[in-house]
Structure formats: structure tokens, C-alpha cells
Design a protein around this ligand. Structure first.
Ligand code: C2E
Ligand code: MG
Ligand code: MG
Length: 343
């Protein structure tokens, strides 16, 4: 009965509403809890219906979901993760790892991507997939993202001063950060405080973030361009892949998602996709970076296809700052010098 009622509510809401001269359409995400199994009083029924409603939103919105006990367990876990993330920021438990990017024609390191890790008090390292989504939902990603940008810029400047460059720094931006009204002002402030040259910074965004509110995205991208920082599309090919946005948005680079690179050598379809993406990007004057390059064979194919840069375990996994620096120095030392040093 309640499912049928939910359907009727959704149908009633689906009818377009005229506001002034525009027609507005809304959808509903509906959560359902049932007395007495899901709660014996109004308060717990509402709380559980709310959890079910959030679940409906997660599953793509515009649908209804029943409450289940496992939803509650998840809510408790999530709440404790949120509390821990807040504490982690205060206790300085986040660290930035750096993964090199290689200029394919010369084989030289061209830059590095900053990738966050959470080092818990007990020493365990938590990967970003396990906490970025919650940080996004709770808005904590904004202070965390600011911290990453500041830390990585300061580090990039320190390396430049020590003559380890020129290296371009890439930093990931999440949707919540991108939609922040103070985004561009905040970045400008960090650049100036860390003395980072804007042309050495690239921000990595995903397709979905740009398409969601494209008019606004165009403005933000123009402002970022005015600031002098570059913008790259991360995980290209996994999102909307609407080609029209590539033309409308002011972009500098595409990063081909590692799912296409993985079977590049063995799967003709993936090979065709990578080839087409590189050709498309170049015709739009965008740089192309291949993600997740793990083998020489993949690098060889990418090089033949004219891909500009590569990133992946073949060169190095993401490393803590000191280890990245050691990697750079070891790699840059010319071979004859190494031979002399050894003899
Ligand atoms: P991403 O930006 O696409 O980063 C690339 C991911 O691929 C990294 O995972 C990296 O460790 C991994 N990777 C690199 N080379 C290889 C390879 O050869 N093989 C395989 N299998 N994997 C490779 P990581 O560091 O776990 O980061 C995952 C995602 O978390 C990132 O994907 C990014 O979307 C997000 N992320 C990381 N740091 C930040 C941050 O500071 N802010 C935001 N908003 N998101 C971040
Ligand atoms: Mg990235
Ligand atoms: Mg990526």
C-alpha cells in the first residue's frame, strides 16, 4: 500500500508547474518506513524514513525506497567516519602523495599529481576512495581540499626553488569545491600565499561536474583561465562523454581513464577509443595524458598514437614527498655520472 501511495505522490509531483513564464519540473526521492517493524513512535519512524529517503537519492533520485536495518548500520558507520574526518583535519592526519607524470616524447618527468591519504593515529593509511565521498557529502571536502591545494603548492614551490623543476602540479577538485562561490578567490589567495606560479598549476575536474550546471561552469572555467591556472578533465570517457562540452568549455587537457588504458594492447575496441580520444583532443588543442600506464607495451602504443603524457605504476606509484623527491633525483641523474660515481 505504501509503495502505491509513494507512486501516486511521485506522479502528482511530476506534473510541470508554471512559475511566471517558465515551466518547472520536479522529482521526488521518497523514503518509506512501516509501523511497527521500523519503529514504534513517530520520531523513529521519521528518522528511518529519512534514511530510506537518502538511500533513494543515492540510487539516482526520483524513486522510492523502503527502510532496512542495514541502512541504519550504514548511517551509524557514516556518522562515525564523519566525526573522525573532522578530528583528522584538526589533528593534521592527512598527507599528500605525489605521482609523477612523464612527457612521452622525451621520457622526462613533466609534473606530478597530488593525491591525498589519511594516516590514522595507528599508522594505517586510508585511501581517498574510502573517505572522499563522505567528505563530499558533509561539505568537509572544502576545508580538506583547501588544505591539499595549499600543501601541494607549497611543496611544488620548494621543489622549484631547489632546482628540481620545471614541474607542473595537478590537484583534484571535487564537485562541492567546484560549486563553492569562493573557489576562484580561494585559489588566488593560496597561489599568492605560497608564491606558486599559476601556469604551473592544473586543476583536475570530472565531466559530470561541468555538465551539471553548464552555464555556471563556463563562467568558473573562464575565471580560472583568467587566473592563469590550467584545467584538465579527469577520468575522461567514464562520464557523460558529451563531445559538445569539450568545445564549449575552456579546457587545457584530457586524462584518458585507466579503464581504457588497461586493455589498450589486447582489446581492439579500447585501442580504437584511445586513438579516437587522442585525435579528438589534439584537434581541439588539448593535451592528452594517459592514466594507469602499467606496462612498456601500453606506453609503446600510446607513444605511437601521439599521446603527450603518461602516468602510472610503470614509472612510479604515488609517493610521499620525500620519496618522490628521491625518485626525481635518481631519475634525473645522467647515466654516465652514475657510472663514474660507482667506479
Ligand atoms: P584520480 O584523480 O583519477 O587519480 C588516479 C588514481 O589512480 C590514484 O588513486 C592513483 O593512485 C591510481 N593509479 C595511478 N597509477 C595507476 C596504475 O598504474 N594502476 C592503477 N591500477 N592505479 C593507478 P588514488 O590515489 O587512490 O585516488 C583515487 C581518487 O581519489 C583520485 O582519482 C581522485 O579522484 C580522488 N582524490 C585523490 N586525492 C584527492 C584530493 O586531494 N581531492 C579530491 N577531491 N579528490 C582526490
Ligand atoms: Mg586526478
Ligand atoms: Mg583519474
Amino acid at each position: 500500500d505504501s509503495a502505491a501511495a509513494a507512486r501516486r505522490i511521485a506522479e502528482a509531483l511530476a506534473a510541470p508547474i508554471v512559475v511566471g513564464t517558465t515551466e518547472v519540473r520536479i522529482t521526488a526521492s521518497i523514503g518509506i518506513s512501516v509501523f511497527p517493524v521500523d519503529g514504534s513512535d513517530a520520531e523513529s519512524l521519521l528518522k528511518n524514513a529519512d534514511a530510506a529517503m537518502l538511500h533513494a537519492k543515492e540510487q539516482g533520485r526520483d524513486c522510492s525506497r523502503f527502510y532496512t536495518a542495514s541502512l541504519n548500520e550504514r548511517a551509524v558507520k557514516r556518522f562515525s567516519l564523519e566525526t573522525n574526518l573532522r578530528k583528522a583535519l584538526e589533528a593534521d592526519e592527512f598527507i599528500v602523495y605525489y605521482q609523477p607524470k612523464i612527457d612521452i616524447p622525451s621520457g622526462r618527468p613533466s609534473g606530478m599529481e597530488a593525491l591525498i591519504r589519511w594516516r590514522r593515529a595507528d599508522g594505517t593509511i586510508v585511501p581517498p576512495v574510502e573517505f572522499i565521498p563522505v567528505a563530499e557529502e558533509t561539505g568537509l571536502i572544502v576545508p580538506i581540499g583547501d588544505w591539499v591545494l595549499r600543501k601541494a603548492c607549497a611543496q611544488a614551490v620548494a621543489w622549484a626553488i631547489r632546482g628540481l623543476g620545471p614541474l607542473k602540479l595537478s590537484v583534484n577538485l571535487s564537485a562541492a569545491q567546484f560549486r563553492q562561490p569562493r573557489l576562484v578567490a580561494g585559489i588566488a589567495e593560496i597561489l599568492s600565499k605560497t608564491a606558486m606560479a599559476p601556469e604551473f598549476l592544473d586543476l583536475e575536474l570530472t565531466e559530470g561536474m561541468l555538465v551539471e550546471d553548464s552555464a555556471n561552469s563556463i563562467d568558473i572555467l573562464n575565471e580560472l583561465n583568467g587566473l592563469g591556472v590550467g584545467v584538465a578533465i579527469d577520468d575522461f570517457g567514464t562520464g557523460y562523454s558529451s563531445l559538445s562540452y569539450l568545445k564549449r568549455f575552456r579546457l587545457d587537457a584530457l586524462k584518458i581513464d585507466r579503464s581504457f588504458v588497461r586493455d589498450l594492447v589486447t582489446d581492439a575496441d579500447d585501442g580504437a577509443i584511445v586513438k579516437a580520444t587522442i585525435a579528438l583532443a589534439h584537434s581541439l588543442r588539448l593535451q592528452v595524458i594517459a592514466e594507469g600506464v602499467e606496462t612498456e607495451a601500453q606506453l609503446q602504443v600510446l607513444s605511437e598514437l601521439g599521446c603527450d603524457e603518461a602516468q602510472g605504476y610503470l614509472f612510479s606509484p604515488p609517493l610521499p614527498a620525500q620519496a618522490f623527491e628521491d625518485w626525481l633525483i635518481a631519475r634525473r641523474r645522467p647515466a654516465p655520472l652514475l657510472a663514474t660515481a660507482r667506479s
